[in-house]
Design a protein around this ligand. Structure first.
Ligand code: ZN
Length: 144
């Protein structure tokens, strides 16, 4: 159990409590190094602001899957530090939301315990076809 006192106030983002390390889902992932309560700002999603057309072009022509959007803003995070390592889970513990004055943010969708991987639902149709996320693996794995 972690000491609650290590947790910062809700106004601050928690990016410094997020570390990048090898993930069982895919490549590297983002992991919490402290407990994060539900509905907290985890980190601000920073990157290059692009148009919808440019986003589609980059996905198609450059195979760039690091673009976040909320229907209005498209942010290419390929050049950003941590956020591009965020993996997909069909039952994610984070979601991307628009925060007043901060643009797109990663917000905890439930209580996250120290050591858990941070995930979002990518929402692409293709991702569900051969999904290897922990939620799908649990459903597919034979009973032992
Ligand atoms: Zn899945």
């Amino acid at each position: 159990m972690r000491n609650e006192a290590e947790v910062t106030t809700s106004q601050e983002d928690r990016e410094r409590f997020i570390e990048v390390r090898k993930s069982e889902i895919h490549g590297n992932g983002l992991f919490a190094t402290c407990d994060i309560p539900k509905d907290e700002l985890v980190m601000v999603i920073e990157g290059e602001l692009i148009s919808r057309e440019e986003s589609l072009r980059r996905e198609k022509e450059e195979g760039n899957f690091y673009i976040f959007c909320n229907g209005e803003h498209y942010i290419d995070t390929a050049g950003s530090g941590k956020i591009r390592h965020l993996n997909h889970d069909c039952h994610p513990d984070c979601e991307v939301m628009e925060a007043e004055g901060k643009g797109l943010c990663l917000v905890s969708a439930r209580d996250i315990r120290v050591g858990e991987e941070l995930t979002i639902d990518y929402g692409y149709k293709e991702i569900y076809e051969s999904c290897n996320c922990p939620t799908c693996r649990r459903h597919l794995s034979p009973r032992t």
